[in-house]
Design a protein around this ligand. Sequence first.
Ligand SMILES: Nc1ncnc2c1ncn2[C@@H]1O[C@H](COP(=O)(O)OP(=O)(O)OP(=O)(O)O)[C@@H](O)[C@H]1O
Ligand SMILES: [Mg+2]
Length: 323
Amino acid sequence: MSLYWRIFVLNAGVLVVAVLLLLGPVTVSTPVLFGEAVVLLAGLIVMVIANAVLLRVALAPLARLNRTMATVDLLKPGSRTTVTGPGEIAELTTSFNAMLARLEAERATSSGRALSAQEAERQRLARELHDEVGQTLTAVLLQLKHAADHAPRPVRDDLRQAQETTRAGLDEIRRIARRLRPGVLEELGLHSALRALTAEFTTSRLSATAHITPGLPRLDPATELVLYRVAQEGLTNTARHTHATRVEVHLRALPNARVGLLVRDNGPGIGAAPEGAGISGMRERALLIGAEFQIGQGPQDGTEIRLNVTGHAADDRTQETAR
Ligand SMILES: Nc1ncnc2c1ncn2[C@@H]1O[C@H](COP(=O)(O)OP(=O)(O)OP(=O)(O)O)[C@@H](O)[C@H]1O
Ligand SMILES: [Mg+2]
């Protein structure tokens, strides 16, 4: 039955009951007696309440659809409204669900493009840092060494000092380039890259450890890059936002997923902190390879990030663009 007829029948039903009561047991004199007025008022209240309840039941599917529309988040895909209710509402719900599916697919494609552009730009920056600035500093280092070898003693110490400073600058540039482009991912594979990344976050107050189960299945480069970037953002957040003393990166096989990444710290926990570009970046990367992503409070205090790679990428094209 259409929504129009549903509401019409409900209202008509309430009115018919009211009229039947007036024709039957209820009598109204002129002027109205006190007892009759009380009965009429009580009848009116019952009618209004009955109408409100019936309308609420009839419009419940619309309210449900409205709630989903208000809370839907394309970065947490899969939320759909159950198709129920009269013709128009069922059609509206079906169209809305179809629109959500289309938007999610478009979002995955466009964030795939954006992320691949970002990766390409990072690679370019890393290459330029390494090839241009790195080479120039290496040349300066050699010139300083040459000058120091031939300089008189008082100047030599200054030149050695300048050499040390230049060497430190060169190391810093190499470190930045490595973070921008996880070259080690291509050269040594994900496991060594994760170990090297984790080791970089170990300081005197933070112990960062990587626990990688041996014999994990092979993953495609796009998935490996997503796992690496999610671990990187998780570790960066722990180092940046907490005074945690421990952070662990686990990569292991899961029963219902190919591989699971877990980044867990013993900081104060994420609480209700609003998500920034870092966390939404992790969600987008997860979407790109069809992985499940969760961030929240761990069983003890602290924050846990879980990325479960199920092996169903969003589609072949996004696999390609994630590269
Ligand atoms: N491991 C963590 N422990 C406690 N709070 C965290 C942790 N990770 C993130 N947060 C909180 O969540 C917020 C959002 O993190 P998110 O990575 O999205 O953004 P950000 O780190 O502030 O900025 P950026 O865009 O540079 O990553 C942070 O500002 C922080 O308050
Ligand atoms: Mg961050």
